[in-house]
Structures are given as structure tokens and as C-alpha cells.
Design a protein around this ligand. Structure first.
Ligand code: GLU
Length: 418
């Protein structure tokens, strides 16, 4: 007998599935649910860029503002070939719930440009960013919508966005977060998401009464989030046994020397080829027997098709939406807990919040303060979520949505949106 293949659920439908379930448990008013089903505003813009070849290429870009009941819209900008409107919409929804879960005074937004930054020059990316900023500038604002980096973008992209916005509206460093420190960025923003991931693993290990040294960790992705996760997890004593990037992965069941790997990466530009380790593909990496599996790159990598092959005890979602609903179902049946993205990768937006407040006050915190404040919030939210999950007999993802949908719904009612 063949296993029936689950129909493909779009990214935004997947997020909505969690929202509907939470609304059912919470008995949320149907009018509020109706409001949360769609975005408050979606901008689709044509982004013309003169390429190095002198050819004019027209990209498609978006900014989706999902819900602003709890504060200004907040969320990153993704440069990726698959960043279409539905994906950006789903990610904007996730930001609404992530900010609510962390109790940050923000709503949720996301931006994206469908492009392949790996095959674009620095000049082309600079032009693309400026053109995109010009096209969405009218809906941004320090109290309205504050972008940040995401996949395919970084501190340099934010510097260009800040500059392009400033040229039209005047110098406004708080218009974006994740800027270079030299331009008003916060210390610790680069490592913030990875630190949050590592803190969640440390706290989960404490619940399991396990010593990190005895826990094998696999990380998919070695970009900003994956590399900081591997670095900080290994500093906390975890045994990181495998990592990968777009070119492939490496595995050493005795543990990888992450400091040596970083030196290798800075020269080779990839984790592949590092020794002592065995090469593995990205697909094989997901199926390595380990304690904590951390998808920290693309979305939708654990699906109804491959979830049966996962040999990790726990899945830690460092990427946004790495497990599809059918993947989630299979993992639940196999009693493999999933720590959800809206908690696990929330360290990034939390330090973005710190950056925004520092910019408004024209003041800067030292790195130690950023780390202490971030840890405090991650630890508190982690235990609040796990407590709720234990109390209600729900999964960590369900508990995360219960807490956040409740908060967003409350703000919607208080503000009189419905
Ligand atoms: N792009 C990150 C995320 O998905 C950070 C967003 C932000 O800092 O605003 O959470």
C-alpha cells in the first residue's frame, strides 16, 4: 500500500492552520479570526535595476503588513528566488505571533524581493535595495514599519536601506534594525538569533536533566543563524556533530571543532572539505541520529515525506517555518517534540527591539547588557511556553500560538478594530 501524499498547503495556509486551531481552543471571536486571516496591507512593487551588463532587469518586491494591533509593523526583508507574495505573507503572519509571544510592542510584517543575491554583484544589490526602499518607503516609518535583515540580506543591506530612506525623508537610523554598529546598530544583533536558539536548547536540556556535553546537535545551514547557533551551542558545551551550507554538509560523530571550522570557512567560503569530518548531503544531514536537530536555513525542509526518516529526539526550529503541517503531524505521532520557530528564532527580533529603543533614545547599550536582557526574555518566554504546554497538554507550537493569538486578539478588541 502506498502512503497517500498530503495535498500541498501554501505557507500562509500552514500558518493559518495553527491560528485557527488556537482560535478554536481560545474561543476567539470569529470576527477577530477573519481579521487575522488576511493582511492589513500588501504592497507589490516593480523594482527596476540596471544590471552590470547594462540590461534593465525588473524584479518583483513586496512588503506585507499583517497586523499592527500591538504596535508598529516589524519584520525582515528577504532576498531569495522563492520569496513570492504568499511566502512573504506567511512570514509576516509569523512575525505578528513571534512579537506577541515575546511581548514586544510590535505588530508583524515582512518584505521580500524575488531575486538570487548569490548571483548578483555588490553594485547590483546596492541598486536593488535602494530601488526597493524607494518603492516601499511611503509605508515605512519609525512608528509605522521597521524592516530588518532576513535570508539573503544583512547589515550592509540595512545600511543601504537606511541611507535610501534618509535621502528622501531625512536621517532616520531607527527606520531599520540590524544595521552595522557604526551606523547605530546594536551590539550583539548579529549573534542574537543564534544565541536565542542556543538558549532554548540549553533550557530544554535542563528540563531533560541532561548535560549538554552528552547531547549531539545537528545544524542545517551555516549562514548568520546556523553559524552563531553552532558557535554558541558549542561554547555552552553541546557536541555539534554536523553542519551544512548550500554546497553540502560535514559530519563527525565525535564532535566538530567549531573554532577550527570557522577558520576553515573564512578561507574556503563553505563548510565542505573541512576535516576531520565525513561529507554528507543536506538531505542526509537531516536524517543523522542526534539529540537536537536544528534546521537553520530554508523553510519547508521537514515534510510529510521525510519526517518518518528523522532520527533526532527533538527538532529545534531556528529557520522560519522549516516543518510543514504534514511533517509536524508525522513528528507528533512519532513523539518527537518540535520547539517552534516563533520562540526559537525570536532572539533576532528581540535585539531588533533593543536596537530600535536605543536609536529612539540616541543611546547605546554595551554588549553585556544586550546579552543579559536577551537571555532574560528568552528564558522567561521559553518557560512560560513550556508551562502552558504542560498545563494544557498541547504541543509547544500549539502553546506558542495560544499565548500569542490570545494577546493579539485582546489588542484587536481593545483598540476597537472589530
Ligand atoms: N528576520 C528576522 C525574523 O524572522 C528578524 C526580524 C526583525 O528583526 O525585525 O525574525
Amino acid at each position: 500500500m502506498t502512503t497517500p501524499v498530503a495535498p500541498h498547503v501554501s505557507p500562509s495556509e500552514s500558518v493559518l492552520q495553527s491560528v485557527y486551531e488556537a482560535a478554536g481552543r481560545l474561543r476567539t471571536s470569529p470576527e477577530v479570526v477573519d481579521l487575522l486571516r488576511t493582511s492589513w496591507r500588501e504592497v507589490r512593487a516593480q523594482i527596476p535595476v540596471r544590471m552590470e551588463s547594462k540590461r534593465l532587469q525588473i524584479f518583483e518586491g513586496y512588503r506585507v503588513q499583517h497586523n499592527g494591533a500591538r504596535g508598529p509593523y516589524k519584520g525582515g526583508v528577504r532576498f531569495h528566488p522563492k520569496a513570492d507574495l504568499d511566502e512573504v505573507r506567511a512570514l509576516a503572519m509569523l512575525m505578528t505571533y513571534k512579537c506577541a509571544l515575546m511581548d514586544l510592542p510590535f505588530g508583524g510584517a515582512k518584505g521580500g524581493v524575488m531575486c538570487d543575491p548569490l548571483h548578483m554583484s555588490e553594485t547590483e544589490l546596492n541598486r536593488l535595495t535602494r530601488s526597493y526602499t524607494q518603492h516601499i518607503g511611503m509605508i515605512l516609518g519609525i512608528s509605522r514599519d521597521i524592516p530588518a535583515p532576513d535570508m539573503g540580506t544583512n547589515a550592509q543591506t540595512m545600511a543601504w536601506m537606511m541611507d535610501a530612506y534618509g535621502q528622501k525623508y531625512g536621517y532616520t537610523p531607527g527606520i531599520v534594525t540590524g544595521k552595522p554598529v557604526e551606523l547605530g546598530g546594536s551590539h550583539g544583533r548579529d549573534q542574537a538569533t543564534g544565541r536565542g536558539v542556543a538558549v532554548c536548547m540549553r533550557e530544554y536540556a535542563a528540563i531533560e536533566k541532561a548535560n549538554p556535553r552528552d547531547l549531539k546537535v545537528v545544524v542545517q545551514g551555516y549562514g548568520n543563524v546556523g553559524s552563531w547557533t553552532a558557535r554558541l551551542a558549542s561554547e555552552m558545551g553541546f557536541t555539534v556533530v554536523a553542519v551544512s551550507d548550500i554546497k553540502g554538509g560535514i559530519c563527525n560523530m565525535e564532535g566538530l571543532d567549531i573554532a577550527a571550522l570557522d577558520r576553515w570557512f573564512s578561507v574556503a567560503g563553505s563548510v565542505t572539505g573541512f576535516e576531520p569530518a565525513e561529507p554528507v548531503t543536506n538531505e542526509q544531514l537531516l536524517e543523522i541520529p542526534c539529540d537536537y536537530l536544528v534546521p537553520a536555513a530554508l523553510g519547508e525542509v521537514i515534510t510529510g515525506e521525510n519526517a518518518a526518516n528523522i532520527r533526532a529526539r527533538v527538532v529545534v526550529e531556528a529557520a522560519n517555518h522549516p516543518v510543514t503541517p504534514s511533517g509536524d503531524e508525522v513528528l507528533a505521532k512519532r513523539k518527537i517534540p518540535v520547539l517552534p520557530d516563533v520562540l526559537v528564532n525570536a532572539g533576532g527580533v528581540t535585539v531588533s527591539y533593543f536596537e530600535w529603543t536605543q536609536n529612539i533614545q540616541q543611546f547605546r547599550w554595551p554588549l553585556e547588557t544586550v546579552i543579559t536582557e536577551l537571555e532574560k526574555r528568552m528564558v522567561a518566554t521559553f518557560h512560560e511556553l513550556m508551562g502552558r504546554s504542560a498545563r494544557d497538554g498541547t504541543s509547544p507550537r500549539q502553546a506558542a500560538f495560544d499565548i500569542s493569538v490570545e494577546r493579539v486578539a485582546k489588542a484587536i478588541l481593545l483598540r476597537g478594530f472589530v
